[in-house]
Design a binder for this molecule. Structure first.
Ligand SMILES: *[C@@H]1O[C@H](CO)[C@@H](O)[C@H](O)[C@H]1NC(C)=O
Ligand SMILES: *[C@@H]1O[C@H](CO)[C@@H](O)[C@H](O)[C@H]1NC(C)=O
Ligand SMILES: *[C@@H]1O[C@H](CO)[C@@H](O)[C@H](O)[C@H]1NC(C)=O
Ligand SMILES: *[C@@H]1O[C@H](CO)[C@@H](O)[C@H](O)[C@H]1NC(C)=O
Ligand SMILES: *[C@@H]1O[C@H](CO)[C@@H](O)[C@H](O)[C@H]1NC(C)=O
Length: 384
């Protein structure tokens, strides 16, 4: 009996040890296997968090179905993982960094980040039938419906110049679910809204501009000219088309103009609205750039800028970012033919000044309407 028992005990101890050993090995294996998955999971969670605000019906209209959101990046990384040890390291690193900090673009490097967003509201077919002379890209926010209404009725009217095809597109990021539902309704009424799934904030303005340029490059590459402007800007589209752009035809390949700012210095004071830390942009001067309140470029440049954005580090000042992209491509901006065409500030209204300018900044929706109407009725009084 005792012998039997001892035998049993030894065997019991042995099996315990074996089980413990096997268990440890299994645990270690599973742990190692799941670490990357866990980061992956956080990353996906972060993405979903951004997307949660978006109505599902919105997603169905997107250029890429929501489910395919991850595919391109993951596939690319897997290939490099097989072919190259150092990129495997990079792969793990990117996962960590992405999952924990860069949230919405977990697998992308910092540069791919800029183009990692997807259209939620899109207008893919506008240019199937027509090749626009001018595309107006207007940065706006969800709560600026009044601004959009005013622009539609005034300088953003697509038939502003008979016989010239103009396309108007408002650019937005995402906000709350309610706002997105309202936007969707507005979009189905006017078909002049494009939206991607980044948060609509001031510091994300560069994403908005690149979205617009990407839309042009992808869906409307043949457009002659593109203008990027804001919802609080008055744009004399008629003057722009007749006096500045038509005389340029056929469109120059690399044309870029606007209110040209030279030798700009980064604001190093952290209380400035345009604060730019040295760590983000180290040079003492900005490149020459055209104020984001209104710049005009040839359609072919859109694709150039979008491609360059894969090589240029993100900064939130969109006009300077675009200038950095152009610099990367070795393209110079040109000053406008006259100095007072593009204006940074609000030009006091008079029909005969607004008749001969292209932009004036800081305009309220009701002013858009009165200025435009006055201009229409005084069209021929001031001469040209
Ligand atoms: C591996 O990838 C790294 C970074 O992606 C690259 O610099 C290196 O040339 C690659 N090596 C080989 C053998 O492909
Ligand atoms: C746009 O302009 C055309 C032609 O002048 C006009 O018939 C139309 O009503 C305008 N659209 C809006 C929304 O004001
Ligand atoms: C920009 O958008 C991304 C994606 O939605 C968001 O995670 C990020 O917080 C936004 N950045 C800023 C500064 O608002
Ligand atoms: C701005 O910079 C000052 C001095 O460099 C520092 O004391 C302050 O905390 C900073 N403020 C912010 C909001 O970062
Ligand atoms: C931008 O990149 C795309 C894809 O690589 C290419 O097809 C296109 O020709 C490029 N555009 C320009 C202007 O180089």
């Amino acid at each position: 009996m005792t012998r039997y028992r001892r035998y049993f005990l030894i065997s019991w101890r042995c099996s315990m040890m074996c089980i413990f050993l096997i268990g440890s090995i299994c645990f270690l294996g599973i742990y190692l296997f799941f670490i990357p998955k866990t980061f992956n999971y956080f990353a996906v969670l972060a993405k979903i968090k951004v997307k949660e605000n978006i109505d599902l019906s919105l997603m169905e209209r997107s250029a890429f179905p929501a489910k395919e959101y991850d595919k391109p990046e993951t596939a690319k990384k897997t290939i490099s993982f097989r072919s190259n040890v150092s990129s495997f390291k990079q792969f793990l690193l990117n996962r960590k960094v992405g999952g924990l900090t860069v949230n919405a673009a977990p697998f992308a490097s910092e540069l791919n980040y800029i183009q990692s967003f997807r259209f939620v509201i899109n207008e893919r077919d506008i240019c199937n039938e027509i090749t626009p002379f001018l595309i107006l890209l207007i940065a706006t926010k969800a709560d600026e419906k009044q601004h959009r209404e005013a622009i539609r009725k005034t300088w953003g009217n697509e038939s502003v110049v008979p016989g010239i095809k103009v396309v108007r597109l408002f650019m937005l990021g995402v906000n709350s679910k309610e706002q997105n539902e309202a936007l969707l309704r507005e979009s189905s009424q006017y078909h002049d809204i494009i939206q991607q799934d980044f948060l609509d904030t001031y510091k994300n303005l560069t994403l908005k501009t690149i979205m617009g340029l990407k839309w042009v490059a992808t869906y409307c590459g043949g457009a002659n000219f593109v203008m990027k402007t804001d919802s609080d800007v008055f744009v004399n589209t008629e003057y722009l088309i007749q006096r500045l752009l038509r005389p340029l035809m056929p469109p120059p390949q690399y044309y870029f103009t606007g209110y040209l700012l030279r030798n700009g210095q980064p604001h190093r004071n952290n209380e400035s609205k345009w604060y730019m830390p040295k760590e983000v942009y180290s040079a003492e001067r900005y490149p020459d750039f055209c104020s984001g309140t209104g710049y005009v470029l040839s359609g072919t440049l859109a694709s150039k800028i979008v491609n360059a954005s894969l090589k240029v580090k993100y900064i939130y000042l969109e006009d300077i970012y675009v200038a950095l992209c152009l610099k990367q491509e070795g393209i110079d901006m040109v000053p406008p033919p006259k100095n007072d065409l593009f204006n940074l500030y609000k030009v006091p209204f008079s029909p005969c000044t607004y008749n001969r300018l292209i932009t004036s900044h800081g305009i309220y929706p009701n002013e858009q309407i009165t200025y435009w109407e006055t201009l229409q009725s005084n069209k021929y009084v001031c001469g040209k």
